[in-house]
Write a protein that binds this ligand. Structure first.
Ligand SMILES: [Zn+2]
Length: 57
């Protein structure tokens, strides 16, 4: 049985039985590849914030 979900990042519908998907939020899915790109960006933001905090201290 297919499980169609909409990627919250690229907004495309896909079958999560056929493509790797990650649960990004309650009942919200994204392609694993899209989520990977997102978490990389989030990681960078986190790094920037830490750098800023160190600068302030
Ligand atoms: Zn996607």
């Amino acid at each position: 049985m297919a499980h169609y979900v909409t990627c919250t990042i690229c907004k495309k519908r896909f079958d999560r039985d056929k493509y790797p998907a990650v649960l990004v939020n309650t009942r919200r899915y994204a392609h694993a590849s899209c989520a990977g790109a997102l978490s990389e960006e989030q990681a960078k933001e986190e790094q920037d914030r830490q750098a800023l905090e160190e600068y302030i201290i």
